[in-house]
Design a protein around this ligand. Structure first.
Ligand code: PLP
Length: 401
């Protein structure tokens, strides 16, 4: 008899995976499903990056690398931090890992003891609490309300900190809400953190390139240099360079933390794929002009999707400042019935109805700790977004009280 360890028992089976299964089944049955559930850009990895990888293969860069990444890759990461975030890290203060997710895992694995508290603003990316629970740590959720732009307030951060707090996780632009903080808003949060020197800070910056309306991206260690020594600045190439499948993320922080993370990584996967590291060097050092073009394109798609969502019956959607997600409220439809006879008991049933009757895949807000909402990724073609909005609009118009 197989019994899962208590570590795994704390992790919820992913409803997202179940929806993806259902979407695949519908496609196999011949339905034209538009998938807006994925958190990845629809573009191809830029050609120069692809070519750097091919050169790496042909040039024999196919052997084990250092656990924390090749020296050259870490130098390229250090250059990126200096150039784009005014942060100075040595290559020894940097680790390259197979995805941003692995950076997070390494950091928590290296530091979280049973019972340690980790503050996670809610709505959240579900991976944070799942990793913490798997380590027998205690996620402490702090609600961020829609009327505050889904942003954390300094008062609620202050109230959540206890002597047992090990980490504060900060993700902006946010998945799933797209919330972006101004410099002053971040300063107000860092002022709270300054008062609590035992708290480590995880700055998850993976959506850095996707900030709209003339706002500027800021990261915690840049906003408050006095927090530099207890902040892990985490980022990656998945989102910004359309490289989700290459599995490269990186983190920079205090050497002792990075050393612990390297031990964790050596146990789990040794290192990031050598070829992906070569590709990352090209992504970070090469021509960056694509980023501005993609940013403009995503902003247009955001405007289109949010405008159309707000025209749909019973749906309201505030304007996300960044990332590539819309996070509309569907609370007005809870308790209704679909034309196919499905009773919408909650947001999970609502996204099921949208998938099985309108053939658009999205993710229920409950997955992010925010019932009554759902998440749509607008990292899809204009044509797909156009058709998806049409289908959803028709679907919501036909719901019966
Ligand atoms: N952080 C957030 C908030 C994310 O949404 C994701 C991916 O969806 C990641 C980190 C990690 O991405 P990756 O492991 O592809 O670098």
């Amino acid at each position: 008899m197989i019994e899962w360890s208590t570590r795994l028992q704390g992790v919820q089976p992913s409803a997202t995976a179940a929806m993806n299964e259902l979407a695949k089944t519908l496609v196999q049955q011949g339905h034209d499903v538009i998938n807006l559930s994925f958190g990845e850009p629809d573009q191809d990895t830029p050609l120069p990056v692809q070519e750097a990888a091919i050169r790496a293969i042909r040039g024999g860069q196919t052997k084990y690398t250092l656990t924390r990444g090749t020296y050259e890759c870490r130098v390229a990461v250090a250059e990126k931090f200096e150039r784009e975030n005014s942060l100075t890290y040595t290559p020894h203060e940097i680790i390259v890992a197979p995805g941003g997710k692995q950076v997070l895992f390494n950091a928590f694995f290296a530091t979280v003891n049973p019972g340690d508290e980790v503050i996670i603003p809610r709505p959240y990316w579900v991976t944070y609490p799942d990793i913490i629970r798997s380590l027998h740590g205690q996620p402490v959720f702090v609600d961020c309300f829609e009327e505050d732009g889904f942003k954390l307030t300094p008062e609620s951060l202050e109230a959540a900190i206890t002597p047992r707090t090990k980490w504060f996780v900060f993700n902006a632009p946010s998945n799933p809400t797209g919330a972006v903080y101004s410099y002053d808003e971040m300063k107000a949060l860092t002022n709270v953190l300054l008062k609590h020197p035992h708290v480590l800070i995880m700055a998850d910056d993976v959506y850095e390139p996707f900030v709209y309306d003339g706002q500027k991206f800021h990261t915690i260690a840049e906003v408050e240099p006095r927090l530099f020594d207890r902040t892990l600045t985490m980022n990656g190439v998945s989102k910004g360079y359309a490289m989700t499948g290459w599995r490269v993320g990186y983190g920079a922080g205090p050497q002792k933390l990075i050393d612990g993370m390297a031990i964790a990584q050596s146990l789990i996967n040794s290192h990031t794929v050598s070829i992906s590291q070569a590709a990352t060097i090209e992504a970070l050092r090469g021509d960056q002009s694509l980023k501005a073009a993609w940013n403009d394109m995503f902003k247009e798609r955001r405007d289109f999707v949010v405008e159309h969502l707000n025209q749909m019956d019973g749906i309201s959607c505030s304007m996300p400042g960044g990332a590539f997600y819309a996070f509309p409220s569907c609370a007005a439809h809870i308790g209704k019935t679909t034309p196919g006879g499905l009773y919408i008991e909650n947001d999970g049933e609502l996204v099921r109805g949208v998938l099985t009757e309108a053939f658009v895949a999205s993710i229920a807000g409950t997955e992010f700790g925010a019932p009554g909402h759902f998440r749509i990724s607008y990292a899809a073609s204009n044509d797909e977004l156009d058709r998806a909005c049409d289908r959803m609009g028709n679907f919501f118009a036909k719901l019966k009280p």
